[in-house]
Design a protein around this ligand. Sequence first.
Ligand code: DX5
Ligand code: ZN
Length: 229
Amino acid sequence: MSADARHELFRGRRVAPSILSSDFARLGEQVAEVMAAGARLIHVDVMDGHFVPPITIGPLIAGAIADQVHDAGGAIDVHLMIERPENQIEEFAKAGADCISFHQEATPHANRTLSAIRELGCLAGLALNPGTSVDAAAELDDSVDVLLCMTVNPGWGGQPFIDSSPGKVQRLRTELGKPAIEVDGGIDPSTALSVADAGASLFVAGSAIFGADEPAAAYAAIAAAAKAD
Ligand code: DX5
Ligand code: ZN
């Protein structure tokens, strides 16, 4: 995918289905279903059993769906919840990631890691835990393409949205201004509306989409609430 096309996808207002809550035995089918409904960003949650307790998936799975997603005009949005993410970014870039986000709390070298992600040709995302202040991103502002504001504590799908999140999104929007703001955790049509009003433009949703009887209809309901492209 060209750099322009990648920027275009992440600059829009979009709902990004998280495959964490999908049926992995039917992964390709589930991805096809949400893309047919309009999804263009597919969110891949990577957990290492250290930064967060669970272990989920790695570059093999990102790579397994990358061609399908790209051929349908979409992008792979990787969210690393792992210690020392700088050691893994090259593998995810090779697997076809378009944006790689890592946690500010997971490395002492956030600035260097953001630059390394851009050098690999990907968009660079910085994720903040709910307990991490807005100031933590301020020094990194120029190096960040996507700011991922966790709206639950990272580690599990299906948790309740943290009610103070819209206020934090608003502070990120006012104090940083430039990067796209992505929200992740507990997003459904009602919470999507509250963070959209606060300034978020990318909305990750896992259980509200793949836990629904009809993922395509669930995607459409969140996209409508978020006024997604
Ligand atoms: C949580 C992950 C999320 C997760 C969200 O740590 O980063 O992307 O899939 O799941 P829901 O939408 O169910 O809260
Ligand atoms: Zn995520």
